[in-house]
Ligand binder design. Structure first.
Ligand code: SAM
Ligand code: SF4
Length: 333
């Protein structure tokens, strides 16, 4: 049988990883993600329903998607989160969740039932006051306890940390030290520019900055690990430590060559790249009882080689290009 090429783009990259944003809403207000004035929420009737999410996901799985990640906004604030998870767990895919961890404890049994093995929790500081400053909410303890709970319950736990110069770059080593006795993965993410998040190059903590810091504190102890195929992170560990750490460097070292990701926004639009301004509505044809395949094909066909067309340092630093894209909260990270 001939291989279906619907999910292969013009650069020969086959997309097997679908990231679905369940909502534009969130119970935190991270400054790098949510603009200070909030965002205009999409009216409910234009958001995907539980069944629409399932139908679209089912079609992607039939086309060759093997992994689905639920994200947002905060995926767990959606009332039908348990039902969505249950339905998607009937598909032959690995399911991942990225969450801020505030509500995760109450869904623990449901996550286990759905066979979710890995949970990615965002936490940008190990200090309560700094956590409050960046998330605009006083929820550090809740998130920290959830991280401990999920480890105890046998989940593989990854922590996402967006590094911002002068804010939390002083905590890089503290985060890595958590991996000494805890089998967790720390993922440092370079701060990326999106509409309304006041990004600029001076706030960026680069891949190289991170490695320099680690090499200074742990000379000769840093070990480069093998990255999985299509990994967006470069993986390391400190010799003798239980856990590991990784760096996601979309700004200074993009990993676009091996990209296998495609994103579906809560209002049912495909984005072929986090940085791309172009969007392709799947909800429109779906609600008109038409096939969504031509739109999926078109979205893949339009995918740029690098960062949605922002392929040079000049372009990624151009604020006019940032405002053409959505805010991160409405894309689904
Ligand atoms: N609410 C969930 C959470 O915070 O984990 C899921 C959605 S959030 C948009 C997904 C991930 O994107 C989080 O780890 C967050 O830290 C990251 N993120 C948001 N804005 C970002 C930015 N401007 N640059 C880099 N990462 C960002
Ligand atoms: Fe909410 Fe996650 Fe964005 Fe923070 S990063 S505002 S928790 S969606």
């Amino acid at each position: 049988m001939e291989k279906d090429t619907t999910l292969t783009d013009t650069f020969g990259r086959t997309h097997t990883y679908l990231r679905i944003s369940l909502t534009e809403k969130c119970n935190l207000r991270c400054t790098y993600c949510m603009p200070a004035d909030g965002i205009m929420l999409t009216p409910r009737e234009h958001l995907m329903t539980t069944d629409e999410i399932y139908t679209i996901a089912q079609q992607f799985v039939a086309l060759g998607v093997t992994k689905i990640r639920l994200t947002g906004g905060e995926p767990m604030v959606r009332k039908d989160f348990p039902l969505i998870l249950k339905k998607l767990s009937s598909l032959a895919v690995e399911i991942g969740i990225t969450t801020n961890g505030i509500l995760a404890d109450r869904f623990l049994p449901i996550l286990k039932e759905a066979n979710v093995k890995t949970i990615t929790i965002s936490i940008d500081s190990l200090y309560r006051d700094k956590f409050k400053k960046i998330t605009r909410r006083d929820e550090f303890e809740k998130v920290w306890n959830t991280i401990q709970l999920f480890q105890k319950e046998g989940f593989s736990v990854k922590l996402n940390i967006v590094l911002i110069k002068g804010f939390n770059d002083t905590e890089i080593i503290d985060f890595i030290k958590l991996t000494k006795n805890q089998n967790i993965t720390i993922r440092f993410i370079e701060f990326m520019p999106f509409d309304g998040n006041e990004w600029n190059m001076d706030k960026l903590v680069t891949y190289q900055d991170i490695l320099d810091k680690v090499n200074y504190v742990f000379p000769l102890q840093l070990k480069r690990l093998n990255d999985a195929p299509n990994d967006t992170s470069r993986n390391y560990k400190i010799n003798g430590y239980l856990g590991s750490f990784a760096i996601i460097s979309s700004v200074t070292n993009p990993f676009c060559d091996t990209c296998n990701r495609i994103r579906l926004t809560a209002d049912g639009k495909l984005k072929n790249c986090l940085f791309s301004e172009e969007e392709f509505s799947l909800l429109k044809p779906l609600r008109a009882n038409q096939s969504i395949l031509p739109t999926i094909k078109k979205a893949l066909h339009h995918k740029f080689a690098t960062r949605g067309g922002m392929d040079t340092p000049d372009k990624i630093q151009n604020p006019n290009l940032h405002t053409k894209n959505r805010s991160m909260i409405a894309i689904g990270g």
